[in-house]
Design a protein around this ligand. Sequence first.
Ligand SMILES: CC(C)(COP(=O)(O)OP(=O)(O)OC[C@H]1O[C@@H](n2cnc3c(N)ncnc32)[C@H](O)[C@@H]1OP(=O)(O)O)[C@@H](O)C(=O)NCCC(=O)NCCS
Length: 394
Amino acid sequence: MEPLIRELTDADRDANHRLGADAFGYAADRQPSALPPVGGAVLGAFVGDELTAKIRARDDRIHLPGNRTMEMFGVEGVAVHPEARGGGLLSPLFRAGFDRARRLGQPISILFPTAAGIYRRFGYELVGSLEQREIAVSALAKVKAPQGISLRRATNDDLGELRRLYAAWAAERLGPLTRVRPSAPILSGDYLASPASVTLAIDTTGEIVGSVRWTRGTGYDPATSIIEVEDLIGRTSDATRALWRFLGTFDSVSGRVNVELPSGDESLTALPAEPAPAVKEHRYMLALVDIPAALAARRGLPGLTAQLPFGVTGGFAEDVDGHYVLEVSGDELRCSRGSSGVGPTFHARGLAALYGGAQRCAGLRAGGLLDGPADHDALWDALFNVPAQVRDYF
Ligand SMILES: CC(C)(COP(=O)(O)OP(=O)(O)OC[C@H]1O[C@@H](n2cnc3c(N)ncnc32)[C@H](O)[C@@H]1OP(=O)(O)O)[C@@H](O)C(=O)NCCC(=O)NCCS
């Protein structure tokens, strides 16, 4: 029997909670959440009258290089009733999710998978990870203190400045959430609420040029006391070093900071020693839902004019497969449907990996995700050579 797919309403609250609890092992005191969720929807698959599978759509927005932003279909809370697994219920749910994303003008989708294999057939590919590292506070104490940076604790009055700092920092990056959508109002009062603290780095002109959010662990025995660090942002190398050095001042009372940053985050290069390897990671995947809109949102290359015909195959979202032309006109990119089969053919997952800065054309070819003429490979590489940096786990 074909499942019925529909958006859940508050009448489905308990059934949604039971499905989530079976999948994710909720704590016994967790209360069912109201539906629909703020800034999104939960799509459910009903077999008969039973809610049997669901995905949660999170309507979000991300930053792109060149001070651009773009709507994004975030996916979370994917669950199939334990006794119904293996029955293919995710396919109609993702079809409905991609249709909704197109309707809402969300050209790409991002999710944090528990296993990448679940999502590859829907066109998602791994593009990065949010990594947790354990760094000895004694190593941070060795960071040289820069001149001209002062520090102070942030208060609620600084929220506007914190948002401006984050947006300025994110303006040249690919993937940071804008943090202001109803689905993710991260830079709100909770960001500063106890037990977390936020320390600001201020330059000689009085401008806030960095911030770090940290949670002091209990006790003062360096052997057991740990500081959790979630969000280190430095707009200048002096600000970054000042914030690392600040964490290093806890040397006598804390042994370790646990710091969570996306793979390739530049702030780690400010450390004098090679950073410890990641001990935990949340990997994330990207899929293209609307190829012309997704490509047009990216920045071109100053001085370059080019026409790059290409094809896409193996996609799952409606209308992804087909022929296209990418036009580069300096800083601007335009992408439209093309008619011929000239140019290379990307597998949808391959184009997602390239878009997310995780693969270059040579790697895609070796992995069977790109075929055909290679004369434009260097241009494709140059256009999309920006790593994805998502900082907020969902
Ligand atoms: C993951 C989960 C949603 C998959 O449900 P399902 O009913 O097996 O999904 P479907 O039948 O639609 O799809 C199964 C496909 O996913 C693949 N898959 C499922 N679990 C997988 C895993 N852990 N690793 C790799 N691939 C997996 C299967 O191989 C199958 O692919 P195939 O058809 O090519 O053989 C379900 O097992 C579940 O609820 N797990 C617990 C919660 C969870 O991990 N959710 C994901 C959060 S990101």
